[in-house]
Structure formats: C-alpha cells, structure tokens
Design a protein around this ligand. Structure first.
Ligand code: ZN
Length: 205
C-alpha cells in the first residue's frame, strides 16, 4: 500500500478513487469499434468523475490513479489475444513539458497485469499537439512510424479515446509493419461520435 494515498478527484484520504467518487463513475459509451481496429475497449466514460480521474493522470502526473485505471483496462482484455502491448507516444514537446508520457505509463502498467511484454513500437512524426488544433486537423490525426517489425497481435493502450484518430493512425503503422490484429484499449472514451464537435480538453484523440 502507498502511504498518504488520496482520492485524486476529491482528495479524501484512503483510496484512489474513493468509494464515493468511484460510485459516480459511468461506463464508457456504447459506440462502435472504428474501422481499422479489431477491437476497442474502455472502462469509463470521459465525463464527470471519470474525466477528472483520467485528467489527473494526464495533466498532473498523479501516479496514485494509475493502478486503478490499469486494473480497469486489463479486466477488459483477454491476454490470450495479445502478443505485445504498446502505446501511441505523445509528442516530444508534450512529453518535455510534462516530464512523462501518460500513455506509456498506462501501457506498461496494463502489460504487467496481462503478463505480456510492453514495448515501444511506435514513433510519432513531428507535428503540433492535438489539443488546440482545429477539429479537421484532429480528425486527420497524428502520424506514426514503427521502430521495428510489429508482432502479430498488438494491443495499443491510450488514456482517452475521442475521435479514435490517434489509435487508428497507430494501427495503420503497426499493420504496415506486419501486425495482423490490432486492438485498442483506453481508460476512457468520450460519449461523442467521431463527427461531433470535440471538447476543448479532449486531448490527443
Ligand atoms: Zn473521491
């Protein structure tokens, strides 16, 4: 157990999240798996307490929230269907600014829980961060290249899925590098269709 553990949402001591906040979490919206992915799972809706929880991971590096989110993601994935767990790296500028890559942290934690290797397979091509870009640019999404041949079955972990542009771009690169099955898993998914207006803090897509 960690000492001085506090709920990252309301700061109550004892658990991350506390029982009260956990009871307000909503399940991810029932949206279709986008073409280009073999599966897409997420335990939480990126709204209310769920949004606050994931935002702590993203913007404040609250490591206390990481185990709970990794547990919830791993519970939705059958380890027998995955050879390697990876992540879509955030931009170099964003990582420098924050000092960490929340997708990498989450992917490694999920990999440990699934007893599968967590490996860096993707590199992000330079470009502006997703937040603050126009809706059209975000839907076009980032571009990735692979650093090595991809394993047959890959799970891409991200913190939030909004349009799916980031994980779809990651899936494209992985398939080009030889992956046959690409699944995605995120802590939360926004209750928006890809064509809907995106919220300001929706993040990397
Ligand atoms: Zn709380």
């Amino acid at each position: 157990m960690l000492f001085d553990l506090r709920c990252p949402v309301c700061s109550a001591p004892g658990a991350a999240p506390c029982a009260g906040c956990a009871s307000q979490l909503k399940p991810a919206p029932d949206l279709p798996v986008p073409d280009g992915l073999d599966d897409l799972v997420a335990p939480l809706s990126y709204t209310g307490v769920g949004r606050e929880l994931v935002a702590r991971l993203k913007y404040r590096n609250a490591r206390a929230v990481l185990p709970a989110l990794a547990d919830a993601i791993a519970a939705l994935v059958d380890p027998a269907t995955v050879d390697v767990v990876t992540w879509a790296p955030t931009s170099v500028a964003r990582r420098r600014e924050r000092g960490f890559d929340q997708a990498r942290l989450l992917a490694r934690a999920v990999a440990r829980r699934l007893h599968r290797p967590g490996r860096a397979l993707l590199q992000r091509e330079p470009g502006p961060p997703q937040t603050g870009r126009s809706k059209r640019d975000r839907i076009n999404g980032p571009k990735f290249t692979t650093t090595r041949n991809a394993p047959r079955r890959v799970l891409v972990v991200d913190d939030v899925i909004t349009t799916g542009a980031t994980v779809l771009a990651a899936a494209d690169a992985l398939r080009t590098a030889g992956a046959l099955v690409v699944k995605a898993a995120a802590a939360a998914r926004t209750p928006l269709k890809a064509t809907d207006e995106l919220s300001d803090a929706a993040g990397d897509g």
